[in-house]
Design a protein. Structure first.
Length: 214
């Protein structure tokens, strides 16, 4: 059984898959407490579903792209089995994970979006750096949620020290919603000489920042 906050169909709002129809499986619970977290409603509650029940709900939405997210999806051990089942059934599977739980054992067919924590989150000391060594340059993406210029400097240092331009398919720089001057961020990125991409969370602009299930 897995504890699930919500399963819904929408468009993917982030990553290189932004704009595509996508079913989201949002699992409940997270061992982290990022100060700017936008999904605190996943920390508690949720409903217990069997993997068969989750598969049936995902099937009913009819999207070939599925994202398993949270909370921290990999904090529940059975999430690894769910991901394997989704891959077996031919879904293209994205796993958005906060770089605290090891990705060892994750089905190799799933595509990882690794959310490396920057200092302003308050959780940077809990980054599992070994996850960066497991990235595949043909499918995995790295995300930095940036709250201020110090976070951007940190992201640049991590990108260079871990050679992330070569190790990953894409490096996503995402501002904390409503906290960063977007023009200023665009200028940081444009002048960096790094092969990174600025990303806005498309769903928050379409439906508003606090609307759930979209
Ligand atoms: S890892 Fe994600 S869900 Fe957990 S506290 Fe941080 S932003 Fe929120």
């Amino acid at each position: 059984m897995l504890r699930v906050t919500e399963i819904f169909r929408s468009i993917q709002g982030e990553s290189t898959h932004a704009g595509r129809p996508c079913t989201f499986v949002r699992l409940t619970g997270c061992p982290m407490r990022c100060v700017w977290c936008d999904s605190e409603y996943t920390f508690t509650g949720g409903e217990h579903y069997s993997i068969d029940s989750i598969m049936a709900q995902v099937d009913a939405f009819g999207c070939k792209l599925v994202e398993v997210t949270g909370g921290e999806p990999l904090a529940q051990k059975e999430a690894f089995t769910l991901i394997e089942r989704l891959c077996n059934d031919g879904f293209e599977v994205l796993v958005e994970t906060g770089n605290y739980v090891s990705t060892t054992g994750l089905d190799r067919r799933a595509k990882v979006i690794l959310d490396v924590k920057c200092p302003a989150s308050g959780e940077a000391p809990r980054n599992d750096w070994s996850n960066l060594e497991r990235l595949r340059s043909d499918k995995d993406e790295v995300k930095f949620v940036v709250a201020d210029e110090a976070d951007w400097e940190y992201a640049k240092k991590v990108i260079r020290e871990h050679d992330l331009e070569a190790r990953s398919k894409a490096i996503l720089i995402s501002p904390v919603f409503g906290q960063v001057n977007l023009e200023e961020m665009a200028n940081w990125i444009a002048g960096s000489g790094l092969n990174v991409r600025m990303q806005l969370q498309m769903h928050k602009y379409i439906w508003g920042p606090d609307v759930r299930g979209v």
